[in-house]
Design a protein. Structure first.
Length: 101
């Protein structure tokens, strides 16, 4: 895809999910745009009051990504939130409880 200026455009999505609400923003960005560019352009962070972006917790289709990674057409950027509890610890505790019964 190209816009009127002849700049090639690519389609990407930016996703952020909270326990009470999820947002998926589809947008077109210039080819060569980064993860940071798409997050800023999507304005998804502004939809979640008080959410602080941890730049180390973003990914593309479930794989860890850096803010300066260059996007490809069709990428879905995922913004991860901090976990309330460690999933491994929860599974360990459940296994201990089941062993007691």
């Amino acid at each position: 895809m190209s816009n009127q200026d002849g700049q090639e455009k690519i389609a990407v999505e930016v996703a952020l999910a909270m326990p009470e609400r999820q947002e998926l923003v589809a947008l077109e960005v210039n080819a060569g745009s980064t993860v940071a560019d798409a997050i800023k352009l999507s304005a998804v962070l502004e939809l979640f009051e008080g959410f602080e972006l941890d730049q180390a917790k973003v990914g593309i289709f479930g794989r860890k990504a850096a803010m300066d990674d260059v996007l490809r057409d069709g990428d879905r950027i995922e913004i991860y939130r901090s976990l309330i509890a460690d999933p491994k610890e929860i599974r360990r505790q459940l296994a201990l409880e089941q062993a007691k019964s």
